[in-house]
Design a protein around this ligand. Sequence first.
Ligand SMILES: Nc1ncnc2c1ncn2[C@@H]1O[C@H](COP(=O)(O)OP(=O)(O)OP(=O)(O)O)[C@@H](O)[C@H]1O
Length: 578
Amino acid sequence: MIRRLIDVVGPRQARPLRRMIALLVVGAVLQGIAFTLLVPVLRALFGQDPDEVWPWLWALLGVSLLYAGAYFWSLLAGFEAGAALSRTLHRHIGDRVAALPLGWFGPERVGRLGHLATKSVMDVMGVPAHLLRPLVTSFVTPATVVVLMYLFDWRLALAATLTVPLIVLVHRWSTSLTRRADEARTAAAAATGGRVVEFAQNQPVLRVFGRGAGNSGTPLDEALRTQTEASRRVLVTGVPGLIGFALAIQAAFTVVLVAGVYLVLDGDLGVAELLALLVLAVRFTEPIAETAVLGSTLRTAGAALDRVAGLLAEPTLPRPDRPAVPVGNTVEFEDVHFGYDGKQVLSGVSMTLAEGTMTALVGPSGAGKTTVSKLVPRFWDVDSGVVRVGGVDVRDIDPEVLMSRVSIVFQDVYLFQGSILDNIRVGRPGADDAEVRRAARLAGVDEIVHRLPDGWDAQVGEGGALLSGGERQRVSIARAILKDAPIVLLDEATASLDPENERAVQDALSALSAGRTLLVIAHRLGTVAAADQILFLDRGRVTERGTHAELVASGGAYASFWTERNKAQDWSLAGHRS
Ligand SMILES: Nc1ncnc2c1ncn2[C@@H]1O[C@H](COP(=O)(O)OP(=O)(O)OP(=O)(O)O)[C@@H](O)[C@H]1O
């Protein structure tokens, strides 16, 4: 565990941790010596000359003072180690997150990352804060006691030594009994947590379908049942282990007691010595008994450490050694193959988006349109083939240079807590107010602002909750206009917008696209028809390409798509009118 911790934080950052462990070991040895000094103290006290007790008492006092010093310094080292560990783990996690491919950040992974940066890091920090001291003490102090026992009576010391394998074996057995049940309980608790969040987030759907509170059979009920069952199993399987371990400790003590009584009856050992050695035997078994309760905390910390180590081992996006500078803003795909976790999504996609033109990607849901757009800014790297920007393989372009050339307007727009102005300024943090307002005007955001009570300073709420979907997309377009990147990737909103928002978004898009290389995942017929070229994507292949007129005339899949869409639009317009 300690070695894994040192591997994760690195040898330099592990220095405070090593110092703390060294001080804890010194403290535990001193504690063992202090316990052992009770033997000569008691022997002198009950012996012929009680005055002989004084040198031993002074020695006991000296060792106790040294122990107090080591304890104090180890506490300080513990605080230092905890702070250094938290700083280092958060920095390592931050560095890794900044270097991971953007495609890595799916909603589920981001959820797990949040858990990892808070709960898992706290669990790992618990190692120096709460676990190391009892662990070191429970092993080093009894070991010191047994070794020093040999100085007073080798036979009792031998009896204590012989009990060690028994204690170790029973401890292993008891841990293995509880481990699996514990893991099942942790997994069940995590699943229940997920279901509770889902249950809260999806209340509107659940209530509409009569699956709100008081209805059984929801996934949450199922998860709660599994968790209760898992907790019961931990009790059933864990209790025999805990009882067995407690019995083993008692057996160890009894062995020493019986051996001592035997020696006293034989006249080989004085009663005072036996008493003192029994006190020592209690001190030998007590710290070991305490380790039983540490088992599950230790496993939680171990699992948390595994999760952190797993994140730190995630492969990062390779950076070019000698970056090339793109010339112009043409985007090309040449025989691109790509899949997620072995599931093929794109098969041999080739296309050229000439500088300053608009390309519409059209095709059924799941065809791979979003995936194509995400390969341009290198959210992922292709499996084979090449994606080029300005004639250069995107893998050979410095990632910052590449990102500076691309603006992205996706459907799921995220707005940060703050004002509308702050949110637009994300597009170019150095922009002055006049530039931000100009971008806002072009994107039609000023109309929204005039309606809001606090105007430009209106807070949008976390995630932009206080704005409608169309309004959020307009803010996101304003960001892209402000960024003024020559290549624009755009995923049109599929959700129907009200006519006013629809017109505003359309105007904002025209302002954004003028003179740029534009790739649009198009859902609106107006956008598709206006494109310089249309690519029809079906199951990861470009099956048709050309202008709207050419494709309609060819009577292929695009022509049917166009007819279907027209029908759907007429149908929904008729629905609107009625
Ligand atoms: N991050 C991901 N991890 C694993 N699979 C993914 C991921 N993103 C997309 N996919 C899968 O890749 C396939 C193509 O998805 P993509 O979103 O590119 O299609 P699309 O044509 O844009 O669909 P839609 O029009 O419905 O948005 C789908 O089967 C999808 O489930």
